[in-house]
Every structure is written in structure tokens, then in C-alpha cells.
Design a protein around this ligand. Structure first.
Ligand SMILES: [Mg+2]
Ligand SMILES: [Zn+2]
Length: 226
């Protein structure tokens, strides 16, 4: 079993990029967001255009990141996956710097555990008061215009590891990833999407529910062939 999880709104309570844009970009970002929601542009074009509007200092952004709250049951989930050796991977249209900052801030004693959790996400660095980006997981076989193509990352994992894939998410950028998984845990927009599209889904609000599900599944006796 391999677990792939979204970050914003799934591990965190808020959407981090929405918070950054609300605080540090002109309101033009909302117009760009509408184009993404309507399907006119993919998340790559959306993010590029939106994040180019951001004007901030590193310290301002990190102060905002410090205020982001995490699902209170994620800490237990993190240690659970580590001790049971269940691969946990983060796939996100957020940026690696932001994600790492939030995880390190919330789990200062978990450096060794966090090292075992790969983060597939976009790259960003500050150039003065502007951001400069890189998109290492876009392109390739992606036909959706994704910044981070979750579908492609999951498809590759299935191909090479031949394992059951469980996807955990909440939003629009999770649609294509969810389609590639064997089972989806979803809330919010992704839950509605899965119901609409007939994708096998279990609703969840907190990671504690997923932990209980994995625990039960791992304890279930394997069927014996007669
Ligand atoms: Mg999300
Ligand atoms: Zn894609």
C-alpha cells in the first residue's frame, strides 16, 4: 500500500496559497482563479500568473506560513505510517519551501520521520521581493496543464512499484490524481467530484479516520486460496 496525500486543505486547515495571495498579491489573482475554476486554464498557467503578482519579503511569507494550522490528528498519522513502514508521499500544487517550512514548524522533533516523506511539489525562491518558480513535475505525459501532475506521479508509482495506491485530497487539483488511485479518501470539492464521476471514495474530515481504516485493513487476515 502506498499513500499519496495532497497538502493544502488536506494536511493543513487552510489553503496556504490562497492565504499568501490574499495577503501579498493584488486582487487580480481572483480573476485568474476564476479561469482555473472554469477549466479555461490549467494549474500551471494559473499558478504562474497568480504568483507573479506576489510582492513580499521572505520574513513576511514565513510569518504567514507560521500561522497555518494543521489537522491535529496528522502527527499521529505521520508516526503511524513511519513505524508501520507504510510509504507516505505528499503531492501538491504548493511549493516545496512553503510545505517544508510548515511541516518543520509543526513537527520540530520529527526531522528523521519527515525525511522519509517525499514531497512532489513546485519550486520557488525569492528574487528581491518577487518569487521565481520551477515546475519539476509538470509536462511529460500530462494533458491537463498541471503544475504538479499528480496523475502522472501516481501512474509512474503504480507502474514501477505495482502496489495498491490510496489517494487523499480535498480539491480541484486532486481530480486527475484521484482517477489514477485504487481508492480515494476525500472531503470538500474532491468528494463531490468523486461522487459525480463514480470514483470509489471514502469521505473523511481528519487523518485519524484514515489511520483507523489502514489499521483495520492491515490487521485483516489475507484470504487463503483453497
Ligand atoms: Mg488541497
Ligand atoms: Zn496533469
Amino acid at each position: 500500500m502506498i499513500l499519496f496525500t495532497d497538502f493544502d486543505g488536506t494536511i493543513t486547515q487552510q489553503d496556504v496559497l490562497d492565504e499568501v495571495l490574499t495577503r501579498f498579491a493584488s486582487s487580480e489573482w481572483l480573476e485568474i482563479e476564476k479561469q482555473w475554476v472554469s477549466g479555461a486554464i490549467g494549474s500551471l498557467d494559473c499558478l504562474r500568473a497568480q504568483m507573479a503578482l506576489v510582492q513580499a519579503r521572505t520574513s513576511d511569507i514565513e510569518t504567514l506560513l507560521d500561522s497555518i494550522e494543521i489537522d491535529p490528528t496528522f502527527e499521529s498519522f505521520l508516526t503511524f505510517c513511519f513505524t508501520r513502514e507504510i510509504p507516505l508521499r505528499i503531492v501538491s500544487d504548493n511549493f516545496q519551501w512553503f510545505i517544508r517550512h510548515i511541516l518543520n514548524k509543526n513537527f520540530p522533533d520529527y526531522a528523521a520521520i519527515l525525511k522519509t516523506v517525499p514531497i512532489f511539489a513546485n519550486e520557488v525562491k525569492m528574487m528581491g521581493t518577487r518569487l521565481e518558480f520551477g515546475f519539476p513535475y509538470s509536462g511529460g505525459a500530462c494533458t491537463h496543464g498541471c503544475a504538479t501532475c499528480k496523475a502522472e506521479i501516481i501512474r509512474k508509482a503504480r507502474e514501477t512499484e505495482n502496489d495498491e495506491v490510496i489517494f487523499i485530497g480535498d480539491g480541484m487539483s486532486d481530480r486527475f490524481g484521484a482517477r489514477q488511485a485504487d481508492l480515494v479518501f476525500a472531503k470538500s470539492h474532491l468528494l463531490e467530484y468523486c461522487h459525480r464521476e463514480g470514483i470509489e471514495v471514502i469521505p473523511f474530515e481528519q487523518f485519524s479516520k484514515i489511520q483507523r481504516w489502514v489499521e483495520t485493513k492491515k490487521q485483516a487476515p489475507t484470504k487463503q486460496k483453497i
